[in-house]
Design a protein around this ligand. Structure first.
Ligand code: PLP
Length: 479
């Protein structure tokens, strides 16, 4: 493909995407394909001869597009949102198009420095304590990880390294390997699957402690777990607190967990993957009371801040905790002397190579402005409230727990079986997509306002789909 073909293909691709989003309501949310549809359809071997861009594009529209789930349809209400916006698509295109890999400062100075700048901007917008910001005195700073899962694992590994250094400074004779196997990590039984996985990947026992009936990990529960483990010769090392659990968007009280972590020198990581974005609006910041106790904090800008996957923004209070754990030097990686204010981000993450992710965050922040981003969050919370009002007015349903952010959980009063059936029937019809969870032992349906295009009318369309299916189901069950 030469540059002329690139221009043509690129323009056609942009036109395709603009039409795709303009017409997002025209197609079902879920694709009508069976498992294996694409594997069976596409040739078994790579093409021997070069293909023209028009052929490639035709195969994309004919074969690939029909198998994609419409995450940005206003009737997509599953999981949590994944961000997109025209500004982010352009930022992503430019970042990928430059084709740089920011392994050192010299490898692409703008790649490092735009990340420092955007992470300062976003950290300030979120109201993070200044200790987390690269622009403040001290050794804090932000870095963009690929996912919240990576952030949780990176901090677990750093916590392990920090703890062993501390213990060795107290007693240089301890056996490192025998000591490390005593380290324990903690989170609540409501935390995301990635938290449990970080324990598996990082070889640290991860205890999922029982959350209270509102889904929150309480201080007394953590304190008791620490005490029992210490009495058994174990060493509390790492705690993952949730601000916005995946199931029901519950918020752990950091002001209860923080002092316990501090007392026992355990690293406190805050997983605010979805709900953390809301802290750009001051009215939600009370939910992060106690944030000053955290060692690290992560939100997925690629969830609720209109930035395309992957852009998980993570801040640490002390960048040296990461550098000490992950700094591996080679002659070919030596360039300007990296220091904490102009970081060598390869020491702040797992891989060596890194994409120019900050460009899409930068284009979004510039194109929306802080005000535009706040409006986005507030409008989505308002739409969730509108949906909650519609559900509340129908006495066949119960909302539980209380709606939080853009999430409304509900179930049919008649019980779990019929609630599950309702969800299955709706999924089979492909017009609306939600997933289930459990709350107080009951099956609930999670309805999340995901698409940035969602309007009040779209919410009413979603509610009508749910209501009509319920009418049919209840009539059928009674016959
Ligand atoms: N933490 C929470 C609270 C989540 O809701 C999710 C995903 O929805 C994750 C972590 C995992 O995010 P990622 O896919 O970026 O690893």
């Amino acid at each position: 493909m030469d540059s002329q073909q690139f221009r043509e293909f690129g323009k056609a691709a942009i036109d395709f995407l603009a039409d795709y989003y303009d017409n997002i309501r025209d197609r079902d949310v879920l694709p009508s394909v069976e498992p294996g549809y694409l594997i069976n359809k596409l040739p078994k071997e790579a093409p021997e001869q070069a293909e023209d861009w028009k052929t490639i594009f035709e195969h994309f529209t004919d074969s690939v597009v029909p198998g994609t789930t419409r995450w940005h349809s206003p009737q997509f209400h599953a999981y949590y949102p994944t961000g997109t916006s025209f500004a982010s698509i352009i930022g992503g295109l430019l970042g990928d198009g430059l084709g740089v890999v920011g392994i050192t400062w010299m490898a692409s100075p703008a790649c490092t420095e735009l990340e420092v700048v955007t992470m300062n901007w976003l950290g300030q917008l979120l109201g993070l304590p200044k200790e987390f910001l690269n622009c403040s005195p001290g050794s804090g700073g932000g870095v963009i990880q690929g996912s919240a899962s990576e952030a949780t694992l990176v901090c677990l590994l750093a916590a392990k390294d920090k703890m062993i250094r501390r213990l060795k400074s107290l007693n240089p004779d301890i056996d490192e390997d025998l000591t490390k196997i005593k380290f324990v990590a903690y989170s609540s039984d409501q935390s995301n699957s990635s938290v449990e996985k970080s324990g598996l990947l990082g070889s640290m026992k991860m205890k999922l402690l029982k959350a209270d009936p509102s889904g929150r990990l309480r201080g007394h529960t953590l304190q008791k777990a620490f005490e029992e483990d210490i009495a058994n010769g174990l060493i509390p090392c790492y705690v993952v607190a949730n601000l916005g659990t995946t199931g029901t968007c519950a918020f752990d009280p950091l002001d209860e967990l923080g002092p316990i972590c501090q007392k026992y020198n355990a690293w406190l990581h805050v997983d605010a993957a979805y709900a953390g974005a809301a802290f750009i609006c001051p009215e939600y910041r009370h939910l992060m009371k106690g944030i000053e106790y955290a060692d690290s904090f992560d939100i997925n800008a690629h969830k609720w801040l209109l930035v395309l996957f992957d852009c998980s923004t993570m801040w640490v209070k002390d960048g040296y905790d990461l550098i000490n754990a992950f700094d591996v030097q080679r002659i070919y990686l030596e360039d300007v002397k990296a220091e904490i204010k102009i970081p060598d981000y390869r020491h702040w993450q797992m891989p060596l190579g890194r994409r120019f992710r900050s460009l899409k965050l930068w284009t979004v922040m510039k194109s929306y402005g802080a005000e535009g981003l706040r409006n986005h969050i507030r409008s989505q919370v308002g739409l969730a409230q509108h949906f909650a009002n519609l559900v509340q007015a129908d006495d066949r349903f119960i909302i539980e727990p209380e709606p939080a952010m853009g999430l409304v959980c509900f179930r049919l009063i008649e019980g779990d079986k019929i609630t599950k059936k309702l969800l299955n029937n709706l999924t089979e019809k492909k017009k609306i997509f939600m997933v289930g969870a459990s709350c107080k032992g009951r099956f609930i349906i999670r309805m999340v306002i995901c698409s940035q295009f969602t309007t009040k009318e779209d919410v009413e369309v979603s509610w009508k789909l749910i209501k009509d299916e319920t009418d049919t189901l209840i009539t059928y069950e009674k016959v």
